[in-house]
Design a protein around this ligand. Structure first.
Ligand code: FES
Length: 567
């Protein structure tokens, strides 16, 4: 141990008298019933995120207890502390707006409180990205632990899991093939245990790419929330944090360009959530790492989809865990990965993959020779409608719509969408392209509104998919031929703002382009006198509007992104 202050002596409160500050801190710590011997030990902070508004973190108390057990057993003092918690479906207008708030909270509380290492416990969609963004900037030794995925429920003999099946049943209810009585039954059977959504949605994708980055312990990403091994993983994460105090391996040594590229490979092979691109960009951006769209597409074109889980395939996260989990997937991807990256244990990926593979269920984790799809799940687009980029999840789309030219049906915002989408008088037909404006980061905090519903009259006529375009995001559990994250967004004057009903739009996945087939002079004419939507005047929302970046920059705050670690 160096002579630098450690444990409770770190970062003493400023009273102008260091000895008094130390005396006072120890005295107050003793009021918590901690013995004097333990007060001299190194300290591991535990960033905990329980909330009555976060069902995905229901198991937080037992996870905190298990991490604490591991920390104590390894000879350090555990100190749990709360931060903001973000329960995806309980936040208005969208959890995305509060990811950066949680990241700031996490970074500042790691830096302001006396700890030598930290275990971050998150799970629900935005929580793990926020914790990793904060940890990357704080750059204190850190271990990420996830709450783990939910187990599935049952309905009339069918396995159900949040939230791909939520959308599937809701679409059937809208189309009239499921009645009100059955949808009420389904409501109680979709989310039946603690943990995060049961499919390869954003939370599961982030858990897997966190392990690929090396920021969590090997083999822990997919353990179900209610499995006893989840508690063992928590205990081991506590022990690992104590080891980190000695090895001093920091997030900036683990999250590197190479490990970010490995994470993108894994994202492609999982056919993971489009949201993970924004989050990974933001995490990498905290350390000045940027992966250009061309490299992203190169990785996508080289990396087959190997994991057969919903929303793209059939299985659930509990199947992925039982099939061999991340270890099996990483072994399959080995020839494509950078093997000299190090994880929080200081092990290279090559060393990890030398261990025996164990049994692998090839129905869930395919060999490269028999992929679910030969190409990666996600494509970065550009073109006259999205000069700074857009994202398309080809693995979750209808191949017949990959090369589409169609007539635009435009909704000017979220209220317009909900007011008119089911209007029997709406001028829309199969083959049209639905366009949603003003749902980007500045306009609306970038909600998961990109999965525009199929207009009811078309759904009832049997239309299952249409090309849909917006500056919004889409839930990782959703599916369809959907162009997302259009940048620049409409609210800051991007070409998306210029689209009018009846315009022709062309999507080409082969050429990786999305184009508005309107003359540039006409677009310029339409944009004369453009006015952005009114900005909030006070508080966090005003800060958000002033400083949030566009999707290709991770939607981080401009004053937090890039640059070197500050501690
Ligand atoms: Fe929390 Fe889906 S609602 S992960």
């Amino acid at each position: 141990m160096s002579d630098d202050p450690h444990g409770l002596d770190r970062g003493l409160t400023n009273y102008g008298d260091r000895d008094f500050a130390r005396f006072l801190r120890r005295s107050f710590a003793r009021s918590m019933g901690i013995s004097p011997g333990l007060l001299n030990k190194p300290v591991v902070g535990i960033a905990m995120t329980p909330s009555g508004f976060n069902n995905c973190h229901r198991s937080m108390p037992e996870l905190v207890e298990a991490v604490s057990r591991g920390v104590l057993a390894a000879g350090a003092l555990p100190r749990p502390f709360p931060t903001v918690s973000l329960g995806e479906v309980f936040l208005n207008p969208t959890s995305m707006m509060y990811r950066n708030l949680m990241a700031m909270d996490t970074e500042e509380m790691i830096g302001a409180q006396p700890m030598d290492a930290v275990v971050l416990i998150g799970g629900c969609d935005k929580t793990v990205p926020a914790q990793l963004m904060g940890a990357a900037s704080a750059d204190l030794p850190a271990v990420q632990l996830v709450t783990g995925p939910m187990s599935t429920g049952r309905h009339r003999g069918q396995r159900l899991g949040a939230c791909t099946d939520c959308r599937g049943f809701w679409a059937k209810y809208r189309a009239g093939t499921v009645d009100a009585e059955e949808i009420a039954e389904v409501e109680g059977r979709l989310s039946v245990t603690a943990g995060t959504c049961a499919v390869m949605g954003t939370a599961s994708t982030m858990a897997c790419i966190t392990e690929a980055l090396g920021m969590s312990l090997p083999g822990t990403a997919a353990i179900p929330a209610v499995h006893s091994d989840r508690l063992v993983a928590a205990e081991e994460s506590g022990r690992a944090a104590v080891r980190l105090i000695e090895t001093k391996i920091r997030p900036s040594q683990v999250i590197t360009r190479k490990s970010v590229e490995n994470a993108i490979r894994v994202l492609m092979a999982l056919s993971g959530s489009t949201n993970a691109i924004v989050h990974l960009t933001a995490i990498a951006g905290r350390l000045g790492i940027r992966i250009p769209p061309e490299r992203f597409n190169q990785i996508s074109d080289e990396t087959p989809v190997l994991v057969d889980l919903k929303p793209v395939g059939q299985g659930y996260m509990e199947d992925f865990h039982a099939a061999g989990g991340m270890g099996a997937l990483l072994r399959e991807l080995k020839p494509l990965l950078h093997l000299d990256t190090v994880d929080i244990e200081g092990r290279t990926l090559a060393e990890r993959l030398e261990e025996p593979a164990g049994w692998i269920d090839r129905a869930v984790i395919r060999p490269v020779s028999e992929p679910v799809s030969p190409l990666g799940g996600l494509v970065s687009l550009s073109g006259s409608l999205a000069p700074d980029g857009a994202i398309f999840k080809r693995a979750a789309a209808t191949p017949a719509l990959f090369e589409t030219e169609g007539r635009a049906v435009v909704f000017t915002g979220l209220e317009d969408l909900s007011a008119r989408i089911d209007d029997p008088e709406l001028d829309v037909k199969a083959g049209d392209i639905l366009v949603l404006q003003n749902a980007g980061p500045h306009a609306a905090g970038m909600p998961e509104a990109g999965y525009l519903p199929i207009p009811k009259k078309l759904a009832q006529a049997g239309v299952k998919d249409m090309v849909r375009i917006s500056d919004a995001r889409m839930s990782g559990t959703a599916f369809g031929s959907i162009v997302l994250h259009v940048a620049p967004e409409a609210a800051i004057g991007g070409p998306l703002a210029a689209v009018r009903d009846g315009d022709r739009i062309r999507l080409s996945i082969r050429e990786k382009r999305i184009d508005l087939l309107v003359a540039p002079e006409e677009i310029a004419r339409r944009m004369q006198g453009f006015q952005p939507p009114p900005a909030p005047k006070r508080g966090y929302k005003a800060l958000y509007r002033r400083t949030v970046t566009q999707a290709p920059d991770g939607c981080d705050f401009d004053f937090l992104a890039s640059g070197s670690p500050n501690r």
